[in-house]
Design a binder for this molecule. Structure first.
Ligand code: AKG
Ligand code: FE2
Length: 357
């Protein structure tokens, strides 16, 4: 039995190890297990995913080296102004993550953008894409600052895309797509519009997070098709229980597992068969260090990989998932336009970077 519901954590675990070399029956079981898991929460742990622990370890090592550089050096690969291109280094406080609900209504755009920023997201990130995506060129550090970083990350990006392609196949089988829908679905994802993200949440006083004076990452959905996330052992990632608004389930770090969550595009393509999971990063349960009487959270590192449709792909409910009983829930949308709408306020003028002091 490849799917287990861990009672304590309630997030299903799917073993993907037999996907590439398994029998037709084994593959069918995995596809079904994955679909069952994604239907319920839109969140699943994948074990046996084939990305070697050494490679993941090396990626975290590079991330630590990157964030160990001085602010001045990190700013040699600055995120360009505005939300796109979404590449390079974002210092703490620059990017604001918010939910679809937070940003509704067009008339009060400016004030909304400002009010969303009253609570700073205390994290720093570095975004990497395909080297062959002219719409979103990478912003690299000078090679001498971190020799080998660019080469490693470029290889890692495509290694993760290899896994993403297998998971897309498993999804098309689990969703019972017709042959032509399968071709369409796979064809939307060339791999050139994915995004590899290195995230660092510096230590902060726990009470600042508790009192919501600052945030790590507020509740949101990802707007790509799905996300594969590696996290360190700190904890703090949580997903919202889809049946109980405002109740969050911890995505406790599970050694060797990646966390997969469904994004808005796959929710649309699957016509709501797979819900896009709302998640956030908040206070981890572990607080090991103390600063006088004040509790300080540990630093946290995570590496999400967003598997996205191509920029100009038109996303609409796949015909295999639409019938009289299940009419299409979404009109067609170009992926680039949807992303633009969701990220509109995320890179407005940032407040000064002092929130965690
Ligand atoms: O850091 C994490 O665990 C989650 C990151 C995340 O949700 C995101 O970057 O969209
Ligand atoms: Fe996310």
């Amino acid at each position: 039995m490849a799917v287990t519901i861990n009672q304590q954590m309630s997030i299903p675990i799917v073993d993907f190890s037999a996907w590439s070399s398994g029998s037709v029956r084994q593959r069918q079981e995995i596809a079904q297990d994955l679909a069952t898991a994604c239907r319920s929460l839109g969140f699943v742990y994948i074990v046996g995913h084939g990305v070697s622990p050494e490679l993941v370890h090396e990626a975290f090592d590079w991330s630590k080296k990157l964030y160990g550089l001085s602010h001045e050096d990190k700013m040699k690969a600055p995120h360009p102004p505005g939300p796109t291109p979404h590449r390079g280094y974002s210092h703490p406080g620059l990017e604001k993550v918010y939910s679809k609900q937070d940003a509704q209504g067009n008339a009060v755009e400016e004030s909304q953008g400002r009010s969303l920023r009253q609570v700073t997201d205390f994290k720093e990130s570095y975004e990497i894409g395909s080297e062959e995506n002219p719409a979103q060129p990478n912003v690299w550090l000078p090679e001498e600052l971190l020799p080998g970083f660019r080469a490693f990350m470029t290889t890692f990006y495509w290694e993760l895309n290899d896994l993403a392609s297998l998971i897309l196949e498993a999804f098309s089988q689990g969703l019972n797509l017709t042959h032509s829908d399968r071709e369409l679905f796979l064809g939307l994802h060339s791999g050139h519009n994915n995004q590899l993200r290195l995230l660092h949440y510096p230590p902060v006083p726990a009470d600042k997070l508790e009192k919501q004076i600052i945030a790590r990452m507020p509740a949101h959905t990802d707007w790509s098709s799905f996300t594969m996330l590696f996290q360190d052992d700190c904890g703090g990632l949580q997903l919202e229980n889809p049946n109980k608004e405002g109740h969050f389930i911890p995505a406790t770090p599970l050694p060797g597992a990646l966390v997969l969550n469904i994004g808005d595009m796959l929710q649309r393509l699957s016509n709501d068969t797979f819900p896009s999971g709302t998640h956030r990063v908040t206070l981890p349960p572990l607080q090991e260090e103390k600063d006088g009487s004040r509790q300080i959270t540990r630093a946290r590192y995570s590496i999400p990989y967003f598997v996205a449709p191509d920029e100009t792909a038109i996303i609409e409910c796949l015909p295999s998932r639409v019938d009289e009983k299940h009419p299409a829930q979404y009109p067609p949308v170009m992926y680039r336009e949807y992303g633009g709408m969701r990220s509109k306020y995320s890179y407005q003028q940032a407040p000064t970077n002092t929130a965690a002091e």
